[in-house]
Write a new protein. Structure first.
Length: 404
C-alpha cells in the first residue's frame, strides 16, 4: 500500500538583496541553511533522528555552497548528526525537486519524514561561477543552439506575441500583489526572522521589493539582453538558425520584468501519517502529484506548459481542477505563456506576487512557492493548487498539493 506524503510545515527566510549591501550578505549559505533547519526543528519539536534525511537544493555548488552543503548544514544545525544530507541540483527547480523527491521516498516506504528545501546566496556565490557544459563546451553548445536565458525569454515573447507593455504590466502587478500580501500579513505564518548570533534581527521582510514601480519607471529601462543578442556575441543569430520562421528577436525583458537576484532559504517538513501522530502534528496538505520533463533547450523556459500537461494527464485531472497556481516569475514571458496556453485567469496565478517583485534565490525558490501556495490555499479556503517552474537547459517541474 502506498503511503500518503503530507506537508506538516513550510517556512522560509525573507529574501535579501543578492549583493554586498544586502542584509543577508554577511551570512554564508551554510549559516542560513542551518538557521532554517533549526527553525523547522523548533517549530515542530523534532527530537533525535526525527527525519530520514535532509534533501537540500542549491544550484551553484562551488566554494561555500559545494561539498554536499546539505550534510554540512545538518552538522551546523541543531539536528541529530544521525540525519544525513543530500544536495541536489535541478537548476531553478532544485528546491521543488527536493520536496518531490522526499514525497516520493515517503510514498515508497523509504522513511517516515524528510526536511526538504534549499538555499542560494547569490550575492556571495555568483550564478554561473560553477561553469556549465552546455554553455562552455562547444560540442554541446553548438549542437543544442545554446543561448542565455534572457535571450530564451525574449524568444518566447517573439514566438507567442507578447509585447513589452504586457510584460511590464505583469511586473507592476507582481509588485502590487507582493506589497498587498506583506501589508495584509499573508506571509506571516511562513517567513521567519533571520537573527545574528546575539539574537538581533538581521532581516524580517523581503527587501528586494520595489512597490513604487509603475509603467513609466519600467518604460525607462533598456532591454537587458538586446546587446548580447544583436552585437556581441550575437546570440540572436544562433536563435534564428533554430527558429528560421522568426524574422528577428523582439527584446522585451529587462531588470524590472525579470526575476531579482537575491539570497534566501526555505524548508518543507514532509511526512506520513505515522510521523504526524508520533509528534502530535496536524497535516496541512497532501502532495497529490509530482512531475518533471525535458523541453527544447534553446527556447528553454517553456517547461511549465508541457510539465503541466503531463502532471494533469498522469493523474486524470483537468486545468479546471486547480484552484490556484504558482508559476515562477523567472521572466514575465514565462508566466504569460503559461496563462495563454491554458487560458487561465491571472486572478488564479501568483496572487501574492512572485520572483519579479521578491526575487528568485535559485536553489530555494521551488520550496518557497510551494509554501506560498499552501498558505494561500488556506487563507482563501481553496482546496487544490499547483506550483511549477521553468528550468535552465530546457526542463520543467510541477507539484500539485491538496489541503486535508
Amino acid at each position: 500500500m502506498t503511503e500518503e506524503a503530507y506537508i506538516y510545515d513550510a517556512l522560509r527566510t525573507p529574501r535579501g538583496k543578492g549583493r554586498a549591501d544586502g542584509s543577508l550578505h554577511e551570512l554564508t549559505s551554510l549559516r542560513l541553511s542551518a538557521l532554517t533547519l533549526n527553525a523547522m526543528k523548533e517549530r515542530n519539536n523534532l527530537e533525535g533522528h526525527a527525519v530520514e534525511d535532509v534533501i537540500w537544493g542549491n544550484v551553484t555548488q562551488v566554494m561555500e555552497q559545494g561539498g554536499c552543503l546539505a550534510r554540512s548544514a545538518v552538522l551546523a544545525s541543531d539536528l541529530d548528526e544521525r540525519i544525513p544530507g543530500l544536495a541536489i541540483n535541478r537548476f531553478c527547480a532544485s528546491g521543488m525537486e527536493a520536496v518531490n523527491l522526499a514525497a516520493n521516498q515517503i510514498r515508497g516506504g523509504a522513511g517516515n519524514a524528510y526536511i526538504a528545501g534549499g538555499v542560494e546566496m547569490m550575492g556571495r556565490v555568483a550564478m554561473g561561477s560553477d561553469g556549465a557544459a552546455i554553455a562552455v563546451d562547444p560540442s554541446l553548445a553548438m549542437d543544442s543552439y545554446f543561448v542565455p536565458q534572457g535571450i530564451s525569454a525574449d524568444i518566447i515573447a517573439t514566438e507567442y506575441g507578447f509585447t513589452r507593455d504586457e510584460a511590464d504590466k505583469l511586473a507592476v502587478q507582481s509588485q502590487q500583489r507582493a506589497k498587498r500580501a506583506w501589508d495584509e500579513g499573508r506571509f506571516a505564518k511562513s517567513v521567519i526572522t533571520v537573527r545574528d548570533q546575539n539574537g538581533l534581527a538581521i532581516l524580517d521582510h523581503d527587501e528586494y521589493m520595489r512597490p513604487q514601480t509603475d509603467m513609466q519607471s519600467l518604460g525607462a529601462l533598456n532591454p537587458a539582453f538586446q546587446a548580447m543578442g544583436e552585437v556581441m556575441p550575437g546570440f540572436d543569430k544562433i536563435a534564428l538558425m533554430k527558429y528560421p520562421h522568426l524574422e528577428k528577436i523582439n527584446h522585451i525583458h529587462h531588470a524590472g520584468n525579470s526575476s531579482g537576484i537575491v539570497d534566501g532559504a526555505a524548508a518543507v517538513l514532509i511526512g506520513n501519517k505515522e510521523f504526524g501522530e508520533k509528534y502530535g502534528l496536524k497535516p496541512r496538505a497532501r502532495i497529490r502529484a509530482t512531475a518533471k520533463i525535458g523541453t527544447d533547450p534553446t527556447i528553454m523556459l517553456t517547461g511549465p506548459v508541457p510539465v503541466t500537461e503531463k502532471i494533469l494527464a498522469d493523474n486524470g485531472m483537468k486545468i479546471g481542477d486547480i484552484d490556484l497556481f504558482e508559476v515562477n516569475e523567472a521572466f514575465a514571458a514565462v508566466v504569460m505563456r503559461f496563462m495563454q496556453a491554458f487560458d487561465v485567469e491571472d486572478s488564479k496565478v501568483n496572487v501574492n506576487g512572485g520572483s519579479i517583485a521578491m526575487g528568485h534565490p535559485l536553489g530555494a525558490t521551488g520550496a518557497m512557492i510551494i509554501g506560498t501556495l499552501l498558505d494561500e490555499l488556506e487563507r482563501s479556503d481553496k482546496e487544490v493548487g499547483m506550483a511549477t517552474l521553468c528550468i535552465a537547459s530546457g526542463m520543467g517541474a510541477a507539484t500539485i498539493i491538496e489541503r486535508v
